[in-house]
Design a protein around this ligand. Sequence first.
Ligand code: PLP
Length: 390
Amino acid sequence: MKFPLMRNNIMREDLDAVIEHLKQDDPILTHGANVRAFEEEWSAWLGVKHSVFVNSGASANLLTMAILKIRHPEGGEVIVPPLTWISDVASVLQNGFTPVFVDIDPKSLAMDPAKILAAITDKTRAVFLTHVQGFDGLTDELLAELERKHIPLIEDVCESHGATHRGGKLGSFGWISNFSFYYAHHMSTIEGGMVCTNDSEVYQQVRMLRSHGMVREVNDPVVRTAYQRANPELNPDFIFAFPAYNTRNTEIGGIMGRSQLKRLDANVVRRTENLHRFLSRIDSSKYRTDFKLEGSSNYAFNLVLQKNDDGFVHRLMTKMRESGIEFRRGSAGGGNQLRQPYLKGIVPADYHLQFPETEHIHFYGFYIGNFPDLKDEEVDEICAILNSVE
Ligand SMILES: Cc1ncc(COP(=O)(O)O)c(C=O)c1O
């Protein structure tokens, strides 16, 4: 591919850091000091108290919904977007909650705040908002109303590292936030994810949920001692507080994360410059350019057609294939989740049609690569190719 979705996300210096570690006589490879250091450095970067490194963004989603289930064993509703990754919706279902879908705002591609507020009922347990493709999905009104109604906000920031709302980093506003470090994202630990929170109780519980529900993972002696005292007949090393998972990462992931984090802010600046150049050059009569750009941290250009034009969309895909422009149709997660087989029988037939903004992205939205070493001339060439489609 001449213009791939991603190039050079893992650099020589990241690999060298791993090799240095491996050169030791007996290197620790399971999670250890580097994982802990990465968690601390990530928390400092994000501006939250606690972070827990896991093996994927999907695992971060799963553990977050498992926490919500500990708070609400009776179940209830979680408001989620139809334009997101499957794991956001799957984690809701896996933990026995009912997903309540609301359509997106075409400018941010995140759930429309007014529609979120209209969907709140006395059964709403959380709003699980995805910041799509680096755009800020928050508004002050949404934050204020959720606080007033005591509805927890959970932020999925897997696609939006470094994006901000009024100067604060996305992922530092919610009760809990989730990140992914999958290869194609803003930074990569090969596979990886992070659960972040200011809530110390959540932190201790996520530490346990990450490792089989084991109490010895708790790093607050008060909490650990309380479990041990309550279970005197159990070996203190093997007290399982929750029926949980193993979603741990490794020292190699920790080392890569620490190395990558050093470049993250500079990469966000570079990608943002690319995005602005891209938006100033693509033909706004054919493609949408009126996105909510303030605070955005793009990692893939959004190519959304102005019109529902099936002929145009096919000519565009043919042109991109011929020109070596790698693309994904449907933007984040392949488009409208409500069309996916895993939701058949859970939502009514044809329910997806009630979400016209998401439907537009499903058929007429794409993303294409935007990465730090994409050159200005390459952005110009991509735009010329896209603009040539009639
Ligand atoms: C919004 C969102 N949430 C969660 C995930 C899952 O992350 P991972 O691929 O690391 O499991 C993704 C993946 O791309 C995503 O885009």
